[in-house]
Design a protein around this ligand. Sequence first.
Ligand SMILES: Cc1cc2nc3c(=O)[nH]c(=O)nc-3n(C[C@H](O)[C@H](O)[C@H](O)COP(=O)(O)O)c2cc1C
Length: 316
Amino acid sequence: MNNTSSESTTKVYIAPLQGFTDYTFRAAFTSLFGSPEAAFSPFINAHEPEQRMYRDVLPERNVGYKLIPQILGNDPQKMALVLIELEQMGYKEVNLNLGCPHPMVTKRTMGAGLLPFPEKIETILNELVTNTDCQISVKMRLGLNSIDDWKAILPVVNKYSLSEVIIHARTAAQMYKGDTNVNAFIDIASQLKHPICFNGNIFTLEQFQELSTKMPYVNRWMVGRGLLANPLLINEIHTGIKSSDYDIRASISKLHEQLIYLNSLRLSGSSHVFNRVKPYWEYFAQSFKGMEKGLKKIKKTYSLDGYQIACNEMFR
Ligand SMILES: Cc1cc2nc3c(=O)[nH]c(=O)nc-3n(C[C@H](O)[C@H](O)[C@H](O)COP(=O)(O)O)c2cc1C
């Protein structure tokens, strides 16, 4: 049980969020707020056409911070080929996705769809671990539909040499809603041989502190939606100092500006930039409580110009 002896430094990771935390976001974020201990790429689907697979993780697009690419799949050989490719790009650690809850993925026995099948997970881990010198980590949920799937998976996970296991303490059936199951996480921590990382519903410094007080032996944390709602969250966790609403909004304004700028270098045409950036408001909105009129205006815009005017009113 190595998760009861604490490491000295707190590590906070940027979670993978397909459609949000791509290389443009990571470049924008790290240029403004510094590098996290690591950022995980949204999953690379081992069954996608090869020319599209690696565009988010090309080393020249991910400079100045530690990126850990993530693989999703169900075919151990195909997944091993992706791993070897990533290793050749220079990656020293790769993450296995055992958490994606979307039915299109789980029905094909990928992501969280693998959780009821420990023997399939074993075949995949075996193939990945034996085919490379890369370190392998796992990001998993508690189960597909049952909160107990993890119990049969843990002996498999413990058999292999893994760099860490990130637990999003929900079932896939819960998607992203409802409470995380902290007691199940504590059970896993007491049985897991590898370093453990907590993920799920850390939106505020208080929530982090409550979890950290309850589990002082956990030193690895991963934040996703909370970081999009408050780009200063990692800094708050490291310093223990809460940011003001004003500072949070100012940080979103800067991040948003940088996202527009970097996306406009990468995409052709303002409508592409607009379609890429507008969805972030789903998360930014958390930090603009009481400004529903402005948020509505943003929601109703259909051109980059109108959108920027509506955003500027919010950031004033
Ligand atoms: C829009 C969206 C896309 C996501 N994409 C991925 C992904 O590609 N790989 C993955 O492991 N998790 C993915 N997740 C899950 C997050 O990494 C994270 O586990 C989850 O949001 C819970 O953490 P949070 O409450 O800090 O956001 C995604 C979540 C969302 C909301």
